[in-house]
Design a protein around this ligand. Structure first.
Ligand SMILES: [Zn+2]
Length: 106
């Protein structure tokens, strides 16, 4: 699958969803991605010598957290507990966005 660039910011309805890298997410929160609804921020663990995270995993994590944001702003926080569903939605989003990058019409 083509790599997708992770955006600094996207619009989701009327919300600006920011992306921020963190060096210590794994130590502090025991995760490599976090969707913070209070600040509309997706935090991602940056790859470090101690915590090597490949680009694909970072993308996958970004889209997983974006799926959390989408469900939250759909008013369906109840569905967010289903991490399998969130994971599948994130993978689908990544696949579709990847096609936008690779298969543009002339
Ligand atoms: Zn999750």
């Amino acid at each position: 699958m083509d790599n997708v660039k992770i955006p600094k910011k996207i619009h989701l309805f009327s919300h600006d969803i920011k992306t921020k890298w963190r060096r210590n997410l794994r130590e502090k929160e025991d995760c490599i991605g976090l969707a913070d609804f209070d600040t509309n921020t997706i935090y991602l663990q940056i790859s470090t010598k101690k915590n090597i995270i490949c680009k694909e995993k970072q993308e996958q994590t970004y889209f997983h957290e974006l799926a959390h944001m989408m469900l939250h702003y759909s008013g369906r926080d109840d569905l967010m507990k289903d991490e399998t569903l969130v994971d599948v939605l994130g993978s689908m989003l990544r696949q579709v966005v990847g096609q936008f990058v690779s298969d543009l019409i002339p």
